[in-house]
Design a protein around this ligand. Structure first.
Ligand code: GLA
Length: 761
């Protein structure tokens, strides 16, 4: 709901309120963002200074009590007294950096405004409400639009901005943020999700009491170094209680999230495109669009905030045929064969997959040009006929004849110097002509700031995707930017290159997803190097990490769960010792963790034992039964640390799947318990565990026993929702350094169990 009362603007979702007012001078004073409150009391929040605080700049001589340094603002520019993080920075034709944007008008607009250059949120049901506030810097004749979109049912408010150059002169835009959030007080905990290749989404909490803290990416992608999703909370906020804000950006390039505490103890958070090395030249009449920022608030802790974000991403970001459709269980060829593929081998692998219930077979890297390793052929999207003598179509038909779908891997944004494309078009890459180039994975980035390159690659991929019955595409991107330079743009516009690349990328993604609406696209960038809402606006799922080790994954997937729904997180079971960590974890744990996401397998099934294949078949059968909930259910985090406790609940709360994983075994510890969350407290449930059977001999020396399910593995109760949530089930006794006892449970390091709750209605 949008309410405008005199100069007060109050935006409400079901459980939150956001408000600001226009001051007499024409500034937008931010008043409140938090738990829903009555909209009639906003006057009480406005600033009432009667003098300018000592040491601050007086905004103008007529109004003696006003300094921009000590007021909460909806947007702030540099040069008139506010010395905190600015929302916008423009260099005008006269060389000045000073801007002063004042209120001109506001209007409630019908529906969502479409972006020209970027993806944004959307609402199929037309319920989104849109407030447009227009500000003007009259000294320089620039217009700044602030857009607010209210998604009541998800408790989400999106913000974005647009600068229009109405002047006759050319200006340089050095920064335009998407959101700014000013708080009255300080001491907030800023949470970011940082990492590296194979180590994505590690959670870090930083209390910010003074100074500035920045989470940003400068790799050209949203990056695994610093995901654009961040949280702001209070020291005592927990999964179930307390204030928590979640903010994300619908953008896949360099991003910036800064939190700063002023000398008056107020906190400012800005988010948007990273201003580092960014500079957009705006000529007369030009418009610049900043990406949309997504904000949500919960007074009921982190899990609730996450669930609001999940719902928003599922409903208002992900689109197309696969938005709500159950995703297939796939088998990917990468870890099974790497580059060493051929038709016979792939068909054998697919057959083994079909036999255990795989629905989609994916041929990863190595099928085109002369791609026997990563030194050549990117850019040459022609089948290697030595490997696939019958072409893509021939292989695809053989896979389809097995009764399963076929998908391929591509990396369209890249080119190897060792390729026909590079030999023909060395001017199509991002590199500085005549200067030495720094390579990443032996490849260069195609210049998507150049529309001709985007058009060429769009047509190339259209040809490839139409050449066979392709049901799925894994779209990879495997290097960071260096030597950033568009050979297409003139020298004075090189500060636009990184952003124009992202615009070009979105253009190709949009065209191809519209041309091939049935294909299931999966994003990937050396794993999770580009896991963001921009990609999810086109591709419904993203490969979360190249690291498939169950222990690493449980932590990474927990990290993703703060900001992204499980339907977005692609997760595979692989063999052990794990190829990234050399660790051995139980096959059941690998499955349990991967099943809380979009499940796939990435291993050579042809080399696995009967016992393992049998176990995998059971896993896939079970996943197919529960995937509606595991992919689209309400996700709840429980304990974390040595023990990870997850629950995924159907929307109607009638059915739920739970998981416990213990990182390291503790000798002589007390039996574990499992505590569910999110159930119907008055509902009655049939609680039971996933059958776990194993070779006891592997665990206990001197015992001769084959695969079996010891009694200690059976857990079954008819139990109320409140008991499951508020007390939790005390699980059976565990092995604790005594002789073999079949009434015990045997769980080694990294062991995990799954539990199910079926409502008795
Ligand atoms: C990247 C991806 C992997 C795999 C390889 C192929 O590393 O993240 O999953 O596709 O490329 O080269």
């Amino acid at each position: 709901m949008i309410e405008v009362k005199n100069n007060f603007y109050v935006l409400s979702t079901n459980k939150t309120t956001y408000s600001f007012r226009v001051t007499k001078l024409g500034y937008l004073e931010h008043l409140y963002y938090g738990r829903r409150i009555d909209s009639s009391d906003m006057e009480a929040f406005s600033r009432k200074h009667v003098f300018v605080p000592g040491g601050c700049v007086n905004y103008n001589q007529e109004v003696k009590n006003f300094s921009l340094e000590d007021i909460k603002l909806e947007m702030s520019s540099y040069g008139k007294g506010d010395i905190r993080e600015p929302f916008i920075e423009v260099v005008h034709a006269d060389g000045s950096f000073t801007s002063d944007f004042l209120f001109e008008r506001a209007e409630i607009v019908e529906g969502k405004a479409e972006y020209e250059t970027l993806p944004g949120s959307y609402d199929e049901n037309g319920k989104v409400q849109h407030l447009l506030v227009v500000l003007r810097d009259s000294s320089y004749n620039l217009t700044l639009e602030l857009h607010y979109y209210i998604y009541e049912d998800c408790d989400v408010i999106c913000r974005s901005s647009k600068l229009i150059n109405n002047s006759e002169e050319t200006v340089r835009l050095n920064r335009l943020m998407s959101s700014q959030l000013d708080f009255e007080d300080s001491g907030y905990i800023f949470t970011s999700f940082n990492g590296a290749w194979g180590r994505e989404m590690q959670k870090y909490d930083v209390p910010v009491c003074a100074g500035k803290y920045v989470n940003s990416s400068y790799t050209g992608t949203s990056s695994c170094r610093a995901n654009p999703f961040v949280m702001i909370s209070k020291e005592d906020t927990s999964e179930e209680y307390g204030d928590c804000y979640g903010i994300n950006l619908i953008y896949s390039g360099n991003h910036y999230e800064a939190i700063e505490v002023s000398s008056f103890g107020k906190t400012r958070v800005v988010t948007g495109i990273n201003p580092q090395s960014f500079c957009f030249v705006l000529n007369k009449g030009d418009v610049f669009e900043a990406p949309e920022a997504v904000m949500t608030y919960s007074d009921a802790g982190f899990t609730n905030m996450s669930r609001q974000m999940h719902k928003f991403v599922r409903e208002h970001i992900v689109r197309g045929k696969w938005k709500k459709k159950e995703r297939p269980v796939l088998l990917n060829s990468w870890e099974a064969a790497y580059f060493d593929i051929n038709e016979d081998k792939l068909v054998e692998l697919a057959k083994a997959g079909r036999d255990v219930g795989i629905e989609l077979f994916v041929m990863d890297d190595g099928w085109f040009g002369k791609r026997d390793d990563d030194t050549s052929s990117l850019g040459d999207w022609y089948v290697d006929e030595n490997k696939l003598p019958n072409g893509l179509d021939g292989l695809c038909r053989k896979i389809n004849d097995l009764g399963i779908d076929f998908g391929i891997w591509v990396e369209p944004e890249m080119v190897n110097v060792e390729s026909n494309l590079y030999r023909e078009h060395s001017d199509w890459t991002m590199e500085i002509p005549g200067k030495p180039h720094s390579e990443g994975r032996n490849q260069r980035i195609l210049d998507f700031a150049n529309p001709a390159v985007v058009d060429y690659m769009t047509e190339e991929l259209t040809r490839v995707f139409s050449s066979a019955n392709i049901a799925y595409v894994k779209w990879d991107m495997n290097r960071n930017f260096s030597d950033i330079y568009s050979q297409y743009l003139p020298p004075e516009k090189q500060g636009e290159t990184a952003h124009r690349y992202v615009i070009g990328l979105y253009h190709i993604m949009k065209t191809l997803t519209e041309r091939f609406p049935d294909i299931l696209f999966e994003g990937c960038a050396s794993g999770g190097n580009r896991f963001d809402l921009g990609i999810l606006s086109y591709f419904p799922q993203i490969w979360a990490s190249d690291n498939t080790d169950a222990l690493c994954r449980v932590n990474m997937q927990e990290g993703y769960s703060y900001g992204y729904p499980m339907s977005a997180v692609s997760a595979h079971v692989s063999i052990c010792p794990n190829h990234q960590t050399l660790r051995t974890t139980p096959l059941s744990a690998r499955f349990n963790v991967a099943s809380f996401g979009v499940l796939g397998y990435e291993c050579n099934l042809c080399e696995m034992s009967e016992g393992e294949l049998d176990e995998i078949k059971k896993q896939i059968d079970l996943y197919k039964k529960w995937r509606g909930i595991l992919q689209y259910g309400e996700f709840y985090r429980g304990r974390t640390g040595n023990i990870h406790e997850w629950t995924c609940v159907s929307e109607d709360k009638k059915n739920a799947a739970g998981m416990l994983m213990r990182e390291l075994f503790e000798t002589n510890a007390q039996p574990m318990h499992y505590k569910a969350r999110g159930l119907d407290k008055d509902g009655r449930y049939h609680f039971y565990n996933r059958e776990t059977y194993y070779d006891v001999k592997e665990y206990v020396n001197g015992v001769a026993a084959g695969f079996q399910t010891p009694k200690g593995e059976e857990e079954e109760y008819d139990i109320n929702g409140d008991a499951l949530m508020y007390r939790g089930v005390k699980l059976r006794y565990e092995f604790a350094a005594v002789i073999y006892n079949h009434r015990e449970k045997y769980s080694m390091d990294f062991a995990s169990r799954m539990y199910f709750m079926e409502g008795r209605y």
